[in-house]
Write a protein that binds this ligand. Structure first.
Ligand SMILES: C[S@@+](CC[C@H](N)C(=O)[O-])C[C@H]1O[C@@H](n2cnc3c(N)ncnc32)[C@H](O)[C@@H]1O
Length: 276
């Protein structure tokens, strides 16, 4: 539990919703007419933002009657995007209570409470019954997952036979440990990277089949470089994930780019399936 609390404290403390509302005001966005797209610069909490979630969605066989699980849903941007795009229901779970509180307020603002249900919890111990979900995904979460065998076993347990499971992450690259700080860890504490090959072996061991891995390194490198260029020009918009990343945000982005370029991290998107 101590480790889980440390990871949650790393990600967020305080009133995240108030911070987002202030940034929305600065961006001249009215809370009354807010859309899923308006929030996308801040509520898809990974360097490639909405475009990565859109690409993930392109790979997933989600249908309107489906109930999907988002493990490590953060502020709920991907969950609301999928609910909006596919007209499905999405449950989300996240270990960081301030994100869960902000996520539920944002969902309420968008009038989506009937289709997006977010609660506090740890992906190592999912608070759901066996075989209830038509699919599950975990976007940029597993870098912080200490026990992937347990995490993948839990995902498999709550999925229906034949359901999909997808993840995106920074895997460990071939050249060695990353430079810190990175977006998911200040100094290496709470960071548990494994290579894409090891992730696939662990997914197989958890019973998943038809594992398809896509290298997303070049796309992430380009995204970090674009953000760094904007920051250097003082052109970062008021609403963006930098408002969630703390004082070391510029170093985290520089290291994230450098780690990919030096082969220390290996970003991937993985889609697989629980056998029917
Ligand atoms: C980079 S953010 C990504 C958030 C969200 N998936 C997205 O794409 O916008 C990583 C998230 O993983 C969550 N997280 C880390 N370890 C977790 C765990 N064991 N169970 C649930 N959530 C976890 C963090 O609280 C944080 O919200």
């Amino acid at each position: 539990m101590a480790n889980e609390q440390a990871i949650a404290d790393y990600w967020a403390t305080g009133d995240i919703y108030a911070r987002i509302v202030a940034a929305l005001a600065q961006a001249s966005k009215s809370l009354d007419a807010l859309t899923v797209q308006d929030l996308a610069p801040v509520d898809h909490f990974h360097a490639r933002g909405l475009s990565a979630t859109v690409e993930l969605g392109d790979r997933l066989p989600i249908q309107a009657h489906h109930h999907i699980l988002d493990i490590g849903c953060g502020l709920g941007g991907p969950a609301r995007y999928f609910a909006h795009r596919f007209h499905c229901t999405v449950s989300g779970i996240d270990i960081t209570q301030p994100f869960v509180e902000a996520a539920n307020k944002l969902t309420h603002l968008l009038g989506m409470k009937d289709r997006v249900i977010i609660k506090h919890g740890d992906g190592h111990h999912l608070p759901y019954a066996d075989g209830v979900f038509d699919g599950a995904y975990t976007q940029h979460v597993t870098m912080n997952v200490a026990d992937r065998a347990q995490f993948f076993a839990e995902a498999s347990r709550v999925l229906k036979p034949g359901a999909f499971f997808a993840l995106t992450e920074h895997g460990l690259g071939p050249t060695g440990e990353p430079h810190y700080p990175v977006p998911w860890s200040e100094d290496g504490r709470g960071s548990y990277l494994v290579s894409p090959a090891e992730t696939c072996a662990l997914l197989e061991a958890a019973g998943f089949v038809e594992i398809v891995v896509e290298d997303t390194g070049a796309k992430y490198l380009a995204a970090y470089q674009q953000a760094l260029d904007m920051a250097a020009q003082g052109a970062l918009p008021p609403l963006g994930i930098h408002i969630l990343m703390g004082e070391t945000a510029p170093q985290k982005m520089r290291n994230a780019a450098r780690n990919i370029a030096e082969g220390r991290t290996h970003p991937v998107q993985v889609v697989c399936r629980k056998p029917a």
